[in-house]
Design a binder for this molecule. Structure first.
Ligand SMILES: [Zn+2]
Length: 264
């Protein structure tokens, strides 16, 4: 399934990749949004990442917002590349053997790499789909919790493309108090303040039910949360050109690469 109906979108569970494919192929996207999904999903598995994942993802997030230092970015990329493809052949053999036995570790680092350099999978959207599909749990563990969290991330970062609140609310009409509150939440990543923001929005006459429900009921927010982005007029998932032609046959021919690096 590439393009979903409204019912399919609402009913789709634990399948972030299908939701992301729909968003990309139907044109509901910004590159920034897909990158922020990559960062948030990579953060979920940063405990498996033996590199300094916090620093790598801080750089990736800054770059998604167009604010990364180029030297920081180059350094982070070099670090990940050296880890995944060590130049020393003995280190490389050992590491590949370990990756083969613990594939999820490689995948956790790969997620951070794609967050830093989405062009390694053609573009931001393909990187997001790839991370959504990565196996980052050992075989004895159930994937349900992780897959459900990835679905929640998509639904937090991207608004419902069938009923976009961004077409009902013009951020330019918001009061400066509401905007300042949203700026504070974004700056501190303090999503626990969203219910207070909902009250302020309602009082100032912006009682959009979808926005209020998201502020009051959603418990999992990430950088790029669609409500905060909408209020700050920040690359909301407005309709733009599809990232790829909606050609199912061509899309199915291109395989997402989640394979181990070749052992040389
Ligand atoms: Zn949110």
């Amino acid at each position: 399934v590439l393009s979903l109906s409204e019912e399919e979108w609402a009913a789709c569970r634990n399948d972030a990749a299908t939701l992301l494919e729909h968003l990309g192929l139907s044109g509901w996207h910004t590159s920034r949004k897909f990158r922020l999904f990559c960062c948030a999903a990579a953060r979920r598995v940063s405990h498996l990442n033996e590199l300094n994942a916090d620093e790598l993802l801080r750089v990736a997030e800054a770059d998604a917002e167009g604010k990364a230092d180029t030297a920081d970015l180059a350094k982070a990329l070099a670090q990940v590349d050296e880890y995944m493809h060590p130049t020393n052949s003995r280190v490389r053999r050992r590491r590949y053997a370990r990756f083969k036995a613990q594939r999820w570790r490689w995948n956790a680092v790969y997620a951070a790499l794609l967050a830093l350099a989405p062009s390694r999978q053609a573009n931001e959207w393909r990187s997001a789909v790839c991370i959504a599909k990565l196996v980052t749990w050992p075989p004895e563990e159930s994937p349900a919790a992780e897959l459900s969290a990835r679905e929640a991330l998509v639904r937090d970062i991207f608004e419902d493309p069938f009923r976009p609140a961004s077409q009902r609310i013009d951020p330019k009409q918001l009061s400066t108090a509401v905007i300042a509150m949203a700026q504070g939440i974004a700056a501190d990543q303090a999503f626990d303040r969203l219910p207070i923001l909902a009250d302020a929005l309602e009082k100032s006459g912006f009682g959009d039910p979808a926005v209020l429900a998201h502020c009051r009921e959603c418990s999992a927010h990430a950088r790029g949360c669609w409500v905060v982005d909408l209020l700050l007029d920040l690359g909301v998932a407005l309709y733009v050109e599809p990232v790829a032609p909606p050609d199912a046959a061509a899309y199915n021919r291109t395989r997402i690469n989640t394979h181990l690096p070749p052992c040389r």
